[in-house]
Design a protein around this ligand. Structure first.
Ligand code: ARG
Length: 463
């Protein structure tokens, strides 16, 4: 950076390593749409307040629109020696419109400018994330609908536990995502205040109108305190926290896709479009996409840790440390965007195997709870009933049978309350259907849950 750019205070050029170290345009260049929007809002307000002449304001605005067009067309000349996105655009403006360009920065600082740009960018990125989540939710609703009659083992400790419906499991994923969506929406709502007009830290002597710039940029209101406006980045912490939690959820979903498509489970087959082969083993069809979703969680959680540590102990107000907020925020949003899209595609194109899931229900005594419940329903204390059922499981395991294959005599010698109707309770479909409680896996409950999810998605599309 030459002394010319920084004005009279400097006699020496910035050291080359210092220049390279502090330049950020490679990263923050992507803030250009927000930077131009913010500048236009600012310059129109300056003209309304007679701080700038209408002629200058119009010249500046048309210059900024030209710059927008040239960036969009890919012929803007980004220059790292101009440090950041703000200086690049301002320099180009002055080149395009002459002296008037030098008036744009009246009553403003890069400190409120960059804080404004980041709020605008992140607000938009939150909207995109919310849409991405809705796309995945649609896929889950469709898949749940199509597989309402597929029974599968539900697991605890990764041990087969009780029979459920595949649709019920898919809707559990949907619940996780629904909360993730809510967190992103909340973060976007709270960040929607305008730092513009806080200037360097203490506002400005020019008669600016912060309400009007806030309104024209779609903010709910100007931020109340100029010191806070330029130094707070908790809006980024909140947004990236929401993304970190979302990525952890995506990693859990991804892990189940990996497990279910393994030969050990064989509950599903991922489509060719979302699997890859091995360079040495011709038989392999690997679930690389969910594995990568699982693996990329580190980037997003890492971005959150990055931001938290950057901000910890930082005195008010602006410090250059804050420039480091951008890379982790962009990385977190980009990663979650890709992960959501990849999972939506992978799940939409996957085929579930009803037979394999049903077969998994046959081994593992998933109906043991039914035996205990059967007794408890007839007045046997549940603890005792649990013990009796456990004994029957032990016996069946020894004899290599399922609970349904044990003769009635075995039941009656374990407890004299048993009669033939115990065998009705052992049917898996019956076991699932009897869990007819709100939030449970009975067919009607799951169908209601799908309808409810679809209704929510529909209402959002119409909103
Ligand atoms: N590139 C800087 C950032 O992202 C812009 C603000 C610079 N402000 C300053 N006082 N040096 O934080």
């Amino acid at each position: 950076m030459s002394d010319k750019a920084w004005g009279g205070r400097f006699e020496e050029e910035l050291d080359a390593i210092a220049a390279r170290f502090s330049a950020s345009v490679d990263v923050d260049g992507r803030l250009w749409p927000q930077d131009i929007d913010g500048s236009i809002a600012h310059v129109r307000m300056l003209a309304n307040r007679d701080v700038l002449s209408k002629a200058d304001a119009e010249l500046i605005e048309s210059g900024l629109q030209e710059i927008r067009a040239s960036i969009e067309a890919g012929d803007f000349d980004w220059d790292a020696s101009k440090e950041d996105v703000h200086m690049n655009i301002e320099a180009a403006l002055t080149e395009a419109v002459g002296e008037a360009g030098g008036r744009l920065h009246t009553g403003r600082s890069r400190n409120d400018q960059v804080a404004t740009d980041m709020r605008l960018w992140t607000r938009q990125a939150c909207e995109t994330t919310v849409d991405d989540i809705d796309v995945l939710l649609e896929v889950l609703a469709d898949k749940a609908d199509a597989h309402l009659d597929f029974l599968m083992p539900g697991y605890t400790h990764l041990q087969r536990a009780q029979p459920v419906r595949l649709a019920h499991h898919l809707l559990a994923w949907a619940e996780m995502l629904e909360r993730d969506r809510g967190r992103v929406v909340d973060a976007a709502r709270r960040m929607n205040e305008s730092p513009l007009g806080a200037a360097a830290l203490a506002g400005t002597t020019f008669p600016i109108d912060r309400e009007s710039t806030a309104a024209s940029l779609g903010f709910d209101r100007p931020m109340r305190n100029s010191l806070d406006a330029v130094s707070s980045r908790d809006f980024l912490l909140e947004a990236v926290s929401a993304l970190a939690i979302c990525s952890v959820h995506l990693s859990r979903i991804a892990e189940e896709l990996v497990l279910w498509s393994s030969q050990e489970f064989a509950f599903m087959q991922m489509s060719d479009a979302f699997t890859t082969g091995s360079s040495i083993m011709p038989q392999k069809k690997n679930p690389d996409m969910p594995e990568l979703v699982r693996g990329k969680t580190g980037r997003v959680v890492g971005s959150l840790v990055n931001l938290l540590v950057m901000l910890k102990g930082l005195p008010l107000t602006y410090n250059r440390d804050l420039q480091e907020d951008k890379a982790p925020v962009f990385e977190a949003f980009d990663t979650v965007h890709d992960c959501l899209a990849v999972l939506a595609g992978a799940i939409a194109s996957a085929r579930f195997d009803q037979k394999q899931m049903a077969a998994a229900l046959q081994a593992g005594f998933l109906d043991a709870t039914e035996v205990a419940d059967w007794l408890a329903l007839r007045g046997v204390p549940f603890r005792e009933a649990h013990h009796v059922a456990g004994k029957l499981v032990q016996q069946a395991a020894k004899e290599g049978k399922t609970l349904a294959q044990l003769p009635i005599e075995s039941y009656q010698s374990a407890h004299d309350a048993f009669d033939d109707s115990i065998f009705d309770a052992l049917d898996m479909e019956t076991a699932v259907e009897r869990r007819d409680v709100f939030g449970g896996p009975a067919r009607g409950r799951v169908a209601d849950a799908i309808a409810e999810l679809r209704g929510r998605l529909q209402a959002r599309r119409e909103a």
